[in-house]
Design a protein around this ligand. Structure first.
Ligand SMILES: [Cu+2]
Length: 154
Protein backbone atom coordinates (compact mmCIF):
# COMPACT_ATOMS: atom_id res chain seq x y z
CA UNK A 1 0.00 0.00 0.00
CA UNK A 2 1.56 3.25 -1.10
CA UNK A 3 -0.14 5.28 1.60
CA UNK A 4 1.29 3.08 4.30
CA UNK A 5 4.69 3.16 2.70
CA UNK A 6 4.64 6.95 2.52
CA UNK A 7 3.64 7.22 6.15
CA UNK A 8 6.19 4.62 7.24
CA UNK A 9 8.89 6.49 5.33
CA UNK A 10 7.91 9.66 7.11
CA UNK A 11 7.99 8.05 10.55
CA UNK A 12 11.37 6.47 9.77
CA UNK A 13 12.74 9.81 8.70
CA UNK A 14 11.23 11.66 11.65
CA UNK A 15 10.72 15.36 11.16
CA UNK A 16 14.22 15.78 9.76
CA UNK A 17 13.22 15.80 6.13
CA UNK A 18 11.94 18.97 4.55
CA UNK A 19 8.16 18.61 4.52
CA UNK A 20 8.02 19.58 0.85
CA UNK A 21 10.20 16.62 0.01
CA UNK A 22 7.84 14.24 1.77
CA UNK A 23 4.69 15.76 0.37
CA UNK A 24 6.05 15.89 -3.14
CA UNK A 25 6.05 12.13 -2.80
CA UNK A 26 2.27 12.07 -2.40
CA UNK A 27 0.81 10.18 -5.28
CA UNK A 28 3.96 8.25 -6.11
CA UNK A 29 2.45 4.81 -6.06
CA UNK A 30 -0.51 5.78 -8.20
CA UNK A 31 0.03 7.90 -11.27
CA UNK A 32 -2.05 11.00 -10.60
CA UNK A 33 -0.40 13.06 -13.34
CA UNK A 34 2.12 15.84 -13.04
CA UNK A 35 2.45 19.58 -12.54
CA UNK A 36 1.15 21.28 -15.66
CA UNK A 37 2.65 23.91 -17.91
CA UNK A 38 0.59 27.10 -17.41
CA UNK A 39 0.85 27.74 -21.16
CA UNK A 40 -0.97 24.46 -21.83
CA UNK A 41 -3.98 25.17 -19.62
CA UNK A 42 -7.12 24.20 -21.52
CA UNK A 43 -9.64 25.08 -18.81
CA UNK A 44 -10.00 26.73 -15.46
CA UNK A 45 -12.18 24.99 -12.90
CA UNK A 46 -13.20 26.74 -9.71
CA UNK A 47 -13.56 24.73 -6.55
CA UNK A 48 -14.96 26.40 -3.45
CA UNK A 49 -13.86 25.08 -0.06
CA UNK A 50 -16.64 25.41 2.47
CA UNK A 51 -16.54 25.67 6.24
CA UNK A 52 -19.11 22.86 6.18
CA UNK A 53 -16.16 20.64 5.08
CA UNK A 54 -17.44 20.26 1.55
CA UNK A 55 -15.97 21.21 -1.80
CA UNK A 56 -18.23 22.66 -4.45
CA UNK A 57 -18.10 20.94 -6.84
CA UNK A 58 -16.72 17.76 -5.28
CA UNK A 59 -16.82 15.82 -8.56
CA UNK A 60 -15.12 17.09 -11.67
CA UNK A 61 -14.28 15.50 -14.99
CA UNK A 62 -11.31 16.09 -17.26
CA UNK A 63 -9.93 14.46 -20.38
CA UNK A 64 -6.84 12.33 -20.17
CA UNK A 65 -3.85 14.49 -21.08
CA UNK A 66 -5.70 17.70 -20.33
CA UNK A 67 -3.97 20.43 -18.35
CA UNK A 68 -6.35 22.33 -16.10
CA UNK A 69 -6.05 25.18 -13.67
CA UNK A 70 -7.88 24.32 -10.46
CA UNK A 71 -8.66 27.55 -8.65
CA UNK A 72 -9.39 26.82 -5.00
CA UNK A 73 -11.41 29.56 -3.30
CA UNK A 74 -12.02 29.97 0.39
CA UNK A 75 -14.94 32.27 1.16
CA UNK A 76 -15.19 31.00 4.73
CA UNK A 77 -13.64 31.77 8.10
CA UNK A 78 -11.23 28.86 8.58
CA UNK A 79 -8.20 27.59 6.66
CA UNK A 80 -8.61 24.91 4.04
CA UNK A 81 -6.49 23.25 1.44
CA UNK A 82 -6.83 21.03 -1.56
CA UNK A 83 -4.34 18.21 -2.09
CA UNK A 84 -4.47 15.99 -5.17
CA UNK A 85 -3.56 12.35 -4.68
CA UNK A 86 -4.72 8.79 -4.41
CA UNK A 87 -7.13 8.25 -1.51
CA UNK A 88 -4.52 6.10 0.26
CA UNK A 89 -1.91 8.82 0.03
CA UNK A 90 -4.37 11.52 1.09
CA UNK A 91 -5.33 9.53 4.18
CA UNK A 92 -1.65 9.00 5.02
CA UNK A 93 -1.05 12.70 4.50
CA UNK A 94 -3.95 13.56 6.82
CA UNK A 95 -2.58 11.19 9.47
CA UNK A 96 0.80 12.89 9.21
CA UNK A 97 -0.84 16.30 9.53
CA UNK A 98 -2.54 15.17 12.75
CA UNK A 99 0.86 14.25 14.18
CA UNK A 100 2.45 17.46 13.04
CA UNK A 101 -0.27 20.11 13.21
CA UNK A 102 0.62 23.50 11.86
CA UNK A 103 3.25 22.05 9.58
CA UNK A 104 3.79 24.49 6.74
CA UNK A 105 4.13 22.86 3.39
CA UNK A 106 3.86 23.54 -0.25
CA UNK A 107 4.04 21.33 -3.32
CA UNK A 108 2.65 21.54 -6.84
CA UNK A 109 -0.18 19.10 -6.06
CA UNK A 110 -1.61 21.19 -3.24
CA UNK A 111 -2.99 24.62 -2.45
CA UNK A 112 -3.46 26.02 1.05
CA UNK A 113 -6.14 28.72 1.13
CA UNK A 114 -6.67 31.00 4.08
CA UNK A 115 -10.03 32.75 4.54
CA UNK A 116 -10.71 35.08 1.62
CA UNK A 117 -7.91 33.62 -0.49
CA UNK A 118 -7.89 31.83 -3.82
CA UNK A 119 -4.96 29.77 -5.09
CA UNK A 120 -4.39 27.74 -8.21
CA UNK A 121 -2.98 24.32 -8.98
CA UNK A 122 -2.00 23.75 -12.60
CA UNK A 123 -2.11 20.01 -13.21
CA UNK A 124 -1.97 17.64 -16.15
CA UNK A 125 -4.01 14.47 -15.68
CA UNK A 126 -2.27 11.75 -17.65
CA UNK A 127 -3.88 8.47 -16.58
CA UNK A 128 -7.50 7.52 -17.08
CA UNK A 129 -9.32 6.73 -13.85
CA UNK A 130 -9.91 8.57 -10.62
CA UNK A 131 -7.69 11.06 -8.83
CA UNK A 132 -8.80 12.09 -5.37
CA UNK A 133 -8.50 15.40 -3.61
CA UNK A 134 -8.91 16.24 0.04
CA UNK A 135 -8.31 18.80 2.73
CA UNK A 136 -5.75 17.29 5.10
CA UNK A 137 -6.09 19.90 7.83
CA UNK A 138 -6.78 17.81 10.96
CA UNK A 139 -10.42 16.73 11.09
CA UNK A 140 -11.41 18.03 7.66
CA UNK A 141 -10.89 14.93 5.52
CA UNK A 142 -12.45 12.88 8.30
CA UNK A 143 -15.49 15.17 8.20
CA UNK A 144 -15.90 14.39 4.53
CA UNK A 145 -13.82 17.10 2.87
CA UNK A 146 -12.93 15.01 -0.15
CA UNK A 147 -13.63 14.98 -3.86
CA UNK A 148 -12.78 13.21 -7.09
CA UNK A 149 -11.46 14.03 -10.53
CA UNK A 150 -12.69 11.60 -13.15
CA UNK A 151 -10.04 11.37 -15.87
CA UNK A 152 -11.74 10.20 -19.06
CA UNK A 153 -10.36 8.96 -22.31
CA UNK A 154 -13.00 10.78 -24.35
CU1 LIG B 1 -10.53 22.06 5.13
Amino acid sequence: MTGKRTLAAFIAAGAMLAPAAILADAGHGVDIGNPGDPKQVARTIEIVSGDDFRYRPSQIAVKRGETVRLVVKNPGRIDHELVLGSMDDLKAHAQMMRKHPGMEHDAPNQAMVRPGEARAIVWQFTRAGTVGFACTIPGHLEAGMVGEVQVRTR
